[in-house]
Design a protein around this ligand. Structure first.
Ligand SMILES: *Cc1c(COP(=O)(O)O)cnc(C)c1O
Length: 412
């Protein structure tokens, strides 16, 4: 039935209202950094199909292969059968299910802290927490390479933001000294693992600083959860700082294999976030299946540490072989990776994107990342190792990386 409007697909694109967006896209195309989304046809795994092509997959954050682990699938299906597919409300109204509480209790026990709150994503956990625990008279000291969700949360808080040079604890101290007599609260925040370079944040040294100056210490462990620390407890555990980091954020979307973010800390911190964190108050809680999958994932971390051992053995082999082949995998003009995140630094944005596309044609999925995600001139193809890649798959990936780089004259 006609509604009297013109449904022609071109109507909206002919309107001038959003022409400035088209201009910006044209600019990206001119720079060679415009991209189309690659579409995954099957489950996230070490070998899978994107856009109909079989590839060895070095692009996911599925560090431990949990995205399609049978125990997580089973848990999700059982939860759907028992509780349905949606929670029907935000947590504070009617959307707190028993399984949400079980997940929070499980994470708190795993991390060795009093309490935990689960958010819809790592992004909302960071943004919702930073913005709610500080106000306009307070100060945030943030590493220059911290994740976008921290930056957005800092802006939303209206606190004064001071950015310290990457991992530069002395610079962070200088900034703290400058404001030590100001009445506002101070928060120091770092990523546990930096997502573009794979280096580890100076959690211990920053925790010392926070104690010296009475600052709140916060760590975003998105890429460290399931990767670093005992059974994947994260960078805070890796540095033995569990009782010295006031606010620990993690994600359930990377190594944990499902979706969500969490904050760990004191009972009062968590109670406060229940009352004040805006994504918690104003956005619907997880489907029960997601909570169930996450609970199963933490069981696996506790019971199958060999997955994490495989992840590190694969990482060591892959990075050694890349260095032997002559690739710049960080440590020259960019930070050196200390984790499974492995950047292959190319420099030029267009060359990087061309390299990534050529690899895909060969059967290797490795994401090209250029400005503005990384600084101009530091574009890279980022590879992420997982526990599930076999040695044969890694060797084949190395062969494709090397032969394609030689053909494109990217290797000396
Ligand atoms: C991925 C990531 C996030 C966001 O986590 P999601 O669960 O994907 O929203 C936050 N911080 C860092 C450092 C990340 O790498």
């Amino acid at each position: 039935m006609s509604t009297g409007t013109n449904h022609s697909a071109t109507t909206l694109s002919k309107r001038p209202q959003l022409a400035h967006l088209t201009a910006q896209l044209d600019d990206l195309r001119a720079r060679g950094t415009y991209f189309k989304l690659r579409v995954l046809d099957d489950a996230q795994g070490p070998v899978c199909h994107y856009d109909g092509r079989e590839v060895i997959n070095l692009a996911s954050n599925n560090y431990l292969g949990l995205c399609d682990h049978p125990k997580l699938r089973e848990a999700a299906v059982a939860a759907i059968e028992k509780y349905g597919v949606g929670s029907g409300a935000v947590r504070t109204i009617a959307g707190t299910m028993r399984i949400h509480m079980e997940l929070e209790e499980k994470i708190a026990r795993f991390k060795g802290v009093e309490a935990c709150v689960v958010f819809q994503s790592g992004f909302t956990a960071n943004a919702g927490t930073v913005s709610s625990i500080l106000g306009k008279d307070d100060f945030i000291l943030s590493d220059e390479l911290n994740h976008a969700s921290i930056i957005d949360g800092a802006r939303l808080s209206r606190a004064k933001i001071k950015v310290f040079r990457h991992k530069d604890v002395a610079h962070a101290e200088e900034l703290l000294k400058e404001i030590q007599h100001e009445p506002g609260r101070k928060l120091v925040i770092t990523d546990g693992v930096f997502s573009m370079d794979g280096d580890i944040g100076p959690v211990g040294a920053l925790a010392d600083l926070c104690e010296k100056y009475g600052a709140i210490m916060m760590v975003d462990d998105a890429h460290a959860s399931g990767v670093l620390g005992r059974n994947g407890r994260g960078s805070v555990d890796h540095f033995g700082c569990t009782q010295r980091v006031d606010v620990q954020v993690g994600t359930l979307s990377k190594a944990i294999g499902a979706l969500g973010g969490y904050v760990c800390g004191s009972r009062d911190l968590i109670d406060y976030l229940y009352h004040r964190a805006r994504p918690f108050l104003f956005s619907t809680s997880h489907p029960p299946s997601v909570a169930a999958s996450c609970i199963a994932a933490f069981d696996i971390l506790e019971n199958e540490p060999e997955r994490i051992e495989r992840l590190w053995a694969n990482t060591k082999y892959f990075q050694e072989q890349l260095a032997l082949a002559g690739f710049d995998i960080g440590g020259r003009t960019t930070p050196k990776s200390e984790t499974p995140i492995t950047p292959i630094i190319i420099g030029d944005g267009r060359k990087t994107m061309d390299y990534s596309r050529a690899l895909f044609e060969q059967g290797l999925m490795a994401t090209g990342i250029a400005f503005p995600t990384v600084p101009e001139g530091k574009a890279r193809v980022r590879c992420i190792m997982t526990s599930e890649h076999t040695r044969a798959q890694i060797d084949k990936a190395l062969e494709m990386l090397t032969s394609t780089a030689k053909r494109m004259e990217l290797l000396g």
